[in-house]
Ligand binder design. Structure first.
Ligand SMILES: Nc1nc2c(ncn2[C@@H]2O[C@H](COP(=O)(O)OP(=O)(O)OP(=O)(O)O)[C@@H](O)[C@H]2O)c(=O)[nH]1
Ligand SMILES: [Mg+2]
Length: 347
């Protein structure tokens, strides 16, 4: 699942990307920055998986991954109405909107709220153009005697009406989630995490008069975090303390991304591998089994489930079992964050 970085020019997208990829040494050459987007698969740190590794001592530990995409092309004031400049982020499931909250080059003052709304409006406008064009096309076809099929026309009309009020489509999830509209990859329908990019010394979230709804928001200090991410653990310790950083920007961004995407993790211990799997909250055990292996879904019998916290309290799987904490769940069981699952199956 990819999350694309967007933001006005010079907001700190490249810096935030470098901070994200720098922390666990995942900074690599992700291709030429000019030609193509850079995509970084980032390891999702998880203390629970570390704990499982300690008690099971497996040959292999596999963490979940999450992908961040840095587009090479970004809309500028002259190109923003063109859909083409958004091409690289259109396939992304969600957007990370980086907003400058530090003094820019040439002394331009920070205007995070204003800049946020500027890009937000560009995206809304760009979606409106896409929807209107399609409507025109359908109307033209109608004149030529071709009947419009299904709900597409009326749904697009609803989108236009909503976008014209200046609101993003993500505010209307029941409309935005319609299958017929998926192909339009509306920007304003994508879940969004707003990253306020503060100066090194500034830990505060800025006060906004008009706070966007339906988005997650967080503050990072992009440049500081990028610098720290390139240090050795010993070097960075002093800085983390001096700047009151308890958790790296990366881990906070990942946590917020999971929240935004409504993702949870469950764990498996199979043939010497301890592994984290990421699924959408509310996924039934039957489907979760399918993410691990199609055979487990096909031959699903029961999900032998233990909550991570219970394992931690009891110390071992056997002790937890003795205490009656290991449950046998059926197909419809909603997998919970932190479940350790052994899928019993038969094919
Ligand atoms: N003070 C301060 N400067 C920053 C911070 N983040 C980025 N900068 C500076 O702002 C400038 C732009 O940062 P970039 O990361 O290149 O921004 P960008 O959004 O990728 O820029 P474009 O790709 O040109 O749109 C650079 O000079 C950075 O060093 C920050 O958190 N604090
Ligand atoms: Mg850049």
């Amino acid at each position: 699942m990819k999350l694309g970085l967007v933001g006005l020019p010079q907001s700190g997208k490249s810096t935030v990307f470098a901070a994200l990829t720098g922390v666990r040494g995942e900074k690599k050459d992700y291709g030429s920055p000019r030609a193509a987007p850079r995509i970084a698969p980032i390891t999702v740190a998880d203390e629970r998986l570390d704990f499982l590794t300690k008690i099971y001592n497996p040959k292999k530990t596999t963490y979940a991954k999450i992908e961040y995409l840095l587009p090479s092309e970004i809309p500028t004031s002259s190109s923003k109405s063109e859909r083409g400049v958004w091409n690289q982020v259109l396939p992304c499931y969600a957007l990370l909107h980086v907003v400058r909250n530090f003094e820019g080059s040439g002394g331009s003052p920070a205007a995070p709220e204003q800049e946020f709304w500027q890009l937000e409006e560009d995206m809304i406008l760009s979606d409106l153009v896409v929807a209107e064009k399609r409507i025109e096309r359908i109307e033209l076809d109608k004149k030529r005697g071709k009947k419009p099929e299904g709900e597409e026309f009326s749904l697009l009309k609803s989108c236009c009406e909503h976008l014209e009020t200046g609101h993003p489509l993500r505010r209307k999830p029941e409309l935005a989630s319609k299958q017929v509209l998926k192909g339009f990859t509306f920007l304003s329908a994508k879940p969004m995490l707003v990253i306020i990019n503060n100066d090194d010394e500034d830990e505060e979230a800025p006060e906004w008069d008009n706070r966007p709804e339906d988005v997650e928001m967080m503050v990072v200090r992009g440049r500081l975090e990028m610098d720290i991410s390139s240090m050795t653990p010993d070097e960075s310790e002093e800085f983390l303390e001096a700047y009151h950083i308890q958790e790296s920007a990366l881990d906070r961004v990942i946590k917020n991304s999971y929240k935004l995407l409504n993702r949870i993790s469950f764990f498996t211990v199979i043939s010497d591998e301890v592994r984290a799997w990421s699924i959408t909250a509310g996924t039934p055990a039957f489907e979760a089994a399918g993410t691990v292996h199609s055979d487990m879904q096909k031959g699903f019998i029961r999900a032998e489930t233990l909550a991570f916290e219970d394992l931690k309290t009891c110390g071992t799987f056997q002790e937890a079992k003795k205490a009656g904490l290991v449950r046998l769940e059926g197909k419809g069981y909603e997998v919970k964050d932190g479940d350790i699952i052994n899928f019993r199956f038969n094919i």
